[in-house]
Design a protein around this ligand. Structure first.
Ligand SMILES: NC(=O)c1ccc[n+]([C@@H]2O[C@H](COP(=O)([O-])OP(=O)(O)OC[C@H]3O[C@@H](n4cnc5c(N)ncnc54)[C@H](O)[C@@H]3O)[C@@H](O)[C@H]2O)c1
Length: 392
């Protein structure tokens, strides 16, 4: 906000927040929505949006303009003089090359895999914060984009399962006879799994779920689903699962096999941070499934929970449909963008002083934990180690 001339108040330039149109094929989400723009502008910041950035999520340019943003034609104009750039997908090497030196970038960064772009950000002295690294502490809940997007993904997975299933999900008593409810099995009851359970329950299915963390049992039961108990409890650090021993893996696959064989829809969400997804459904298990059964493998992009999953594809084996979807949250872009935009708005709150200027030190524990690159250094150690190994 600029103070009126002659008031004696020093002039202050607004912080410029820029939001590009996403460039990855199939990405329909956008990093901010008009409702959030309105709040940022009211707080004295300037918001710039690239033309059509929100169109695929059904937020047309006119809504951003009405909310107080400036819509610009291309990335050059968008980035010129920008202080902060918000992303959904990690910026590519090409996009990083266009960012002015010293810009702050916030979004998903894929911190251990997007190494070329990370080294480029280091060289251009970008300060990058990765949403994946936001600690899962109570104070950071409003910024937890992994959870908001997993919620969107879990919902879509259940709907996709229903859509590909040749059966009704609910029990029906009709003049043409009684229809038994379909059985939906959810493997992995984290954020996405719990949302898939809740959605399948609302569609009327019989829902069973399993997770290696025994603590997940209570949450599963509170949603009205049956929790499959195993002799394993693999609660690891920070509430995440640890990798199972070879013996435990065999035991798990055997136990899971019976539940998979009786299910009409199997939704798998099992993940271990920083590792390949565990195989829970072997090809032998798929052979035991009913014809017409469907597997939605939400772990497809990290190796798959089913041995026969092909990432980004749908395959049909023994009458079983195995779907390895990519980027499920992008299939509900309106609400996924809304949730992500609110997470980003909460995160931005850490970057401003009470007066609305940019902080000069990143002392907050959430900022420290989520910082990936700063002032020419890759500050996130696992990424720095990988880059050192690759000598980039
Ligand atoms: N702010 C917070 O406190 C907060 C926010 C979100 C999540 N969490 C917690 O973080 C944890 C992880 O959640 P997430 O959704 O990010 O998990 P995730 O995406 O890392 O994994 C999904 C699920 O797969 C399970 N899993 C891993 N290996 C498995 C195996 N071999 N067999 C069966 N299941 C397996 C995990 O236990 C997890 O529940 C949960 O305890 C969740 O409640 C806390």
């Amino acid at each position: 906000m600029t103070a009126p001339a002659g008031t004696g108040v020093p002039e202050k330039n607004p912080v410029v927040i820029a939001v590009p149109k996403e460039t990855i094929v199939g990405e329909q989400r956008v990093a901010t929505v008009p409702e959030v723009v309105q709040k940022l502008v009211k707080a004295g910041h300037a918001v710039r949006i690239e033309h059509d950035a929100g169109t695929a999520a059904f937020y047309p340019d006119a809504l951003y303009t009405a909310a107080g943003a400036t819509v610009v034609a291309g990335r050059h104009e968008l980035f010129y003089g920008a202080d902060i750039v918000l992303f959904v997908q990690p910026p590519t090497v090409d996009v990083v090359a266009e960012l002015p030196e010293g810009t702050i970038a916030v979004g998903f960064m894929n911190p251990t895999r997007n190494l070329d772009a990370i080294s480029r950000m280091r060289d251009r002295k970008i300060t990058a914060f990765a949403l994946e690294l936001v600690p899962r502490i109570t104070r950071a809940q409003s910024m937890d984009a992994l959870s908001s997007q997993a919620t969107a993904g879990g919902y879509v997975a259940a709907v996709l399962g229903a859509n590909n299933c040749p059966k009704f999900l609910p029990m029906l008593t009709t003049a043409a006879g009684t229809i038994r409810p379909a059985t939906v099995l959810i493997l992995g009851a984290g954020v996405a799994g719990l949302m898939a359970i809740a959605t399948a329950k609302r569609l009327g299915a019989l829902v069973e779920a399993y997770d290696v963390r025994r603590a997940a049992g209570e949450q599963v039961r509170s949603l009205g689903a049956k929790f499959i108990e195993l002799e394993i409890n693999a609660e690891g650090q920070g509430g995440y699962a640890r990798e199972l021993t070879a013996e435990e893996k065999v035991m798990e696959q055997e136990m899971v096999s019976a539940a998979v064989a009786r299910a009409d829809i199997v939704i798998t969400t099992a993940a271990i941070p920083g590792r390949k997804a565990p195989v829970l459904v072997t090809k032998e298990t798929v052979a035991k499934m009913k014809p017409g059964a469907v597997i939605i493998d939400m772990a497809a992009e990290t190796g798959g929970n089913c041995e026969l999953t092909e990432a980004g594809k749908t395959v049909h084996i023994h009458g079983v449909t195995i779907i390895g979807p990519s980027n499920l949250p992008a299939r509900v872009p309106f609400h996924a963008s809304q949730m992500l935009a609110k997470n980003l708005q909460a995160f931005l709150g850490l970057l401003f002083t009470k007066e609305g200027a940019l902080v000069t030190e990143y002392a907050d524990e959430i900022l420290k934990a989520s910082m990936l690159v700063h002032a020419g250094t890759v500050t996130y150690q696992p990424a720095a180690d990988l880059l050192k190994g690759g000598k980039a």
